[in-house]
Design a binder for this molecule. Structure first.
Ligand SMILES: Cc1ncc(COP(=O)(O)O)c(C=O)c1O
Length: 371
């Protein structure tokens, strides 16, 4: 049996729509994109959505629009995809790395301890904001983070690249900060068969600036109010995205059901399984277990045809690029211990029960053999 780690959902309606858009002759930021932006904003519960070329560019545009630059410090989790922190460097600011709690997302207590020490970080004149990441599809503790942001005058930019549709106490992620950024990379909960991203905000000014910056700083076709970039989106993927969005609740329900099958199937097996908090509606972008025998288990699964992954083997505060730019970073105890043990198991909307049963049986067999 072959079980891939992830698989994008494709159907005939999507394929037919792609051909229709090709025939329409309109390819960039046209009606499909406009409608997708409206529908996505409505889905999240915000005023505006701006499509971009990727999740990374969505974060970059938001930081630019927020005026983040040299001397600014931005609080970020170390356990996240490298692209969460890259745009912080690109705008000339400095990431300040934060440890995680038992949800794999930023630990508000650690943020508070860093904020209390304000002014002592090299290269940082002012801590301006934070980028919590709703990692693996589980929301960060937004109530504590919002409380901290209010008390210390910080913005919150949510990295929702792994959490389309997730909710914190009923609110969709992306609706709780000044902005939220999503990726449509092929493994994500919503895909567009290529690169793509979207940022959401209820701030009129921020939406307007991001919209201009993404398209050469244009106000009108040949009037450039800002010096911008080409970080646009296209019609074919816009049309696909609209159909994916219609199915997103179904995708996420399916992912939650699969996570339940894993939780049941791995009962009694010596691995740590993910436990969503009762205040969270998680969307299981990834199903991540922990074991001290991660490498051996991954090899065993590979032999059985089961793909697994590590998200992420090197935390960002230990990445060579970060060390070169900022020097050695302070130790992050929980993050450093966690990255030694995490293993992502296959999960995608159409993953069948018999395959999940096979993965669980294989993991059980591995531990039976070991003991
Ligand atoms: C948490 C997180 N942030 C940012 C990104 C960047 O998104 P993209 O690959 O669309 O640029 C990703 C996806 O790789 C991600 O998982």
């Amino acid at each position: 049996m072959k079980v891939p780690l992830s698989k994008p959902y494709v159907d005939k309606e999507m394929k037919d729509r792609v051909l229709e858009v090709i025939d329409s002759g309109q390819y960039i930021l046209g009606n499909q994109c406009k409608d997708f932006e409206k529908e996505f904003a409505q889905f999240i519960g915000v005023k505006h959505a701006v499509l971009t070329s990727s999740g990374t560019s969505a974060i970059f545009l938001c930081l630019k629009a927020l005026g983040v630059g040299k001397g600014d410090g931005i609080l970020v989790p170390s356990l996240t995809a490298f692209p969460t922190i890259e745009p912080v460097f690109h705008v000339g600011a400095r990431p300040i790395f934060i440890d995680i709690d038992d949800t794999y997302t930023v630990d508000p207590k650690h943020i508070e301890s860093v904020l209390k020490k304000k002014g002592r970080i090299r290269g940082v004149k002012q801590i301006k904001g934070m980028i919590p990441v709703h990692l693996y599809g589980h929301p960060a503790q937004m109530d504590s983070l919002r409380d901290l942001a209010k008390r210390y005058g910080l913005f919150i930019l949510e990295d929702c690249c792994q959490a389309h549709g997730a909710r914190f106490q009923g609110a969709r992620v992306g609706s709780m900060g000044i902005g939220g950024c999503f990726s449509f990379y092929p493994s994500k909960n919503l895909t567009v068969f290529g690169d793509g991203g979207i940022l959401v905000t209820s701030d009129d000014e921020m939406a307007k600036t991001c919209r201009m910056l993404r398209d050469h700083g244009r106000k009108e076709k040949y009037e450039h109010e800002l010096v911008g970039y080409n970080l646009r989106f296209n019609e074919i993927q816009g049309a696909v995205g609209r159909l994916q969005l219609k199915r997103l609740d179904w995708f996420n329900e399916s992912r939650r059901r699969i996570a339940g099958w894993y939780n049941d199937g791995l009962k009694g097996v010596p691995v740590v399984t993910p436990q969503a908090k009762d205040w969270a509606e998680a969307v299981y972008h990834l199903y991540v277990i922990q074991t001290d025998q991660r490498e051996k288990l991954a090899d065993f699964l590979k032999e059985k045809g089961v793909q697994s992954g590590i998200h992420y083997p090197i935390p960002n505060h230990q990445q060579p690029a970060v060390r070169n730019a900022l020097g050695k970073q302070p130790k992050l105890k929980v993050t450093e211990a966690t990255v030694q043990k995490i293993l992502s198991l296959p999960i995608y909307p159409e993953l069948e029960k018999e395959k999940v049963d096979f993965v669980c049986a294989s993991i059980r067999e591995f531990f039976d053999q070991e003991n």
